[in-house]
Ligand binder design. Structure first.
Ligand SMILES: *Cc1c(COP(=O)(O)O)cnc(C)c1O
Length: 509
């Protein structure tokens, strides 16, 4: 069976490797430079490997306006961020133990900062302004005489909001404090000039710019160099900041990707920007949408849109034709509403029903249109499943009775509508705001309820009718994970309340 893969619109989480970078890697792997250890200066293989790495170093440096000697190759931006924070913390601990880090950073910065906090450092956690940006004023207000490092990302991975790093760096340098920026999202999308930004450390990731996964870089300027302690020990590689034999083919792929990114910067930005604008325009008339991107200071190809009146997991589930993220890939597993989106003033339930659509170099206008149509259809379908008021009633039919349970805020709200003739349920319908599991259970329950006596212990009229069951059975039947049992209790509550309402109505007649 062949499964049609969805259109890839998740370029903020990773990018497809550019075929030219892949070809360079393949060539490198089997060639003499792939064989040689770049530290082996005694023979041609080692020298070829070293030369290939130096070429890539120059290509990566050129993309961000850095000196090649300042590039430290790492396994990715996560390692680069760790090296910046932990490395500076170790190197500067004797001068003071205070850091400034916004709450809206990537986990690769947040987690090392939390680790340092546990180890006795003080971290000033900055809140973003209402537009999602970290202001230079907020940074200035947080600086202390013992501050050793300020780390503020260039562009946010969830919203695409771009910070004014040059202004932030100026504030820090006026107080003689080192500055790191995580530029994993912006490199290759926005022009970056290390000197103009004025930062001392800058993180990059190859796989966010059409290079391979598993390689990145930390730019370490001469100002920061004396104060960075390595994380890995065991050799003099990367000027002593990253011991271990470098992965020549990975680095070569990164170099080619960086060179392509530099060459295509304006064209890529124009292309992805126009696809994003097209998607925003195509969705503009759909009510209840909130675009979270900054009006001007934003990444070109990223659209962050929150959708009112639909549950987040069901929204993603109803979009099988496009690969998009709900807020941030790193957060979507935890189910916690995104902090970055809540900081923009979004209530948790709206933060949870947010799509991040990130266009890339190889996307087409047709794919942007397909995404718009898919989102429109999914939102319309899910809102219809939660339409206000009872289902229609034909003349002469008895009115519906209703039982309600749950709350939108908690991610599940269920209304159960029953139509009853004497002791028998003749029709049952649900209106649901909930996850795909909740919706599957209510659909099955609606089918099982009609034709059944109001007294659940009585056998159903229609033969072969599956038993009604209880939340535990539904969970087994529909493969509902245990942590969602509470949502099935909401379904049960709604149906039991509808049943009680029907019984009360019968007694009153
Ligand atoms: C993707 C990303 C990272 C992590 O990069 P890896 O190379 O996957 O380790 C760090 N910071 C930001 C802002 C990112 O988008």
């Amino acid at each position: 069976m062949s499964v049609a893969l969805p259109v890839f619109l998740d370029h903020a989480s990773t990018t497809p490797i550019d075929p030219r970078a892949a070809a360079a890697m393949a060539e490198c792997l089997v060639g003499p430079e792939g064989l040689g250890n770049p530290s082996s200066a005694t023979h041609a293989y080692g020298r070829a490997a070293a030369a290939r790495i130096e070429r890539a170093r120059a290509e990566v440096a050129a993309l961000v306006g850095a000196s090649p000697v300042d590039i430290v190759f790492t396994s990715g931006a996560t390692e680069s961020d760790n090296l910046a924070l932990i490395g500076i913390a170790r190197g500067r601990a004797s001068f003071g133990r205070h850091l400034v880090v916004p709450r809206t950073e990537h986990k690769a910065v947040l987690d090392p900062a939390r680790h340092l906090e546990k180890a006795g450092w003080t971290v000033s956690w900055l809140e973003p302004a209402a537009d999602g940006r970290i202001t230079p004023e907020a940074v200035a207000a947080a600086l202390r005489p013992d501050t050793q490092l300020v780390s503020v990302m260039h562009a946010n991975n969830e919203t695409g909001v771009v910070n004014d790093i040059a202004a932030i760096a100026a504030v820090c340098h006026a107080r003689d404090v080192l500055v790191h920026t995580d530029a994993a999202q912006s490199a290759g999308k926005l022009p970056i000039d290390l000197v103009a930004l004025g930062v001392d450390l800058l993180s990059l990731s190859a796989h966010k710019m059409y290079g391979p996964k598993g390689v990145g870089a930390l730019v370490v300027t001469p100002r920061a160099r004396p104060w960075v302690e390595p994380l890995l020990w065991g050799g003099p590689q990367e000027r002593g900041l990253r011991a271990g034999t470098p992965a020549t083919h990975q680095i070569a792929g990164f170099g080619v990707a960086a060179a392509l990114a530099a060459e295509r910067l304006a064209a890529d930005a124009a292309h992805t920007g126009s696809l994003a604008a097209r998607l925003r325009a195509a969705l503009a008339d759909l009510p209840g949408l909130r675009f979270n991107d900054h009006p001007s200071a934003r990444l070109p190809g990223l659209v962050s849109v929150s959708v009112e009146g639909v549950e987040g997991e069901s929204l993603i589930d109803a979009l099988p034709e496009i690969a998009v993220s709900s807020g941030a890939a790193c957060d979507s597993a935890s189910g916690e509403p995104s902090y970055v989106l809540r900081a923009l003033g979004l209530p948790p339930e709206l933060a949870q029903s947010t799509l991040r659509i990130a266009f890339g170099r190889f996307n087409t206008v047709a794919e942007a249109d397909l995404a718009a149509a898919a989102i429109r259809r999914a939102v319309t379908m899910l809102r219809a499943e939660d339409a206000p008021g009872p289902p229609p009633t034909a003349p002469g039919e008895p009115a519906w009775v209703v039982g309600e349970a749950g709350r939108t805020r908690e991610g599940t709200r269920v209304r159960c509508y029953l139509r009853v003739a004497g002791p028998v349920i003749t029709a049952a319908e649900f209106r649901v705001f909930g996850c795909p599991h909740t919706r599957a259970v209510t659909k099955a329950l609606a089918a099982a309820l009609s034709g059944r006596p109001l007294d659940p212990s009585m056998p159903a009229a229609s033969a072969g009718d599956p038993s009604l069951g209880a939340p535990g059975d539904w969970s087994a039947r529909h493969g509902v994970p245990p942590e969602k049992l509470g949502r099935l209790l909401v379904v049960e509550d709604a149906w039991q309340r509808a049943r009680e309402a029907a019984l009360a109505a019968a007694r009153n007649c």
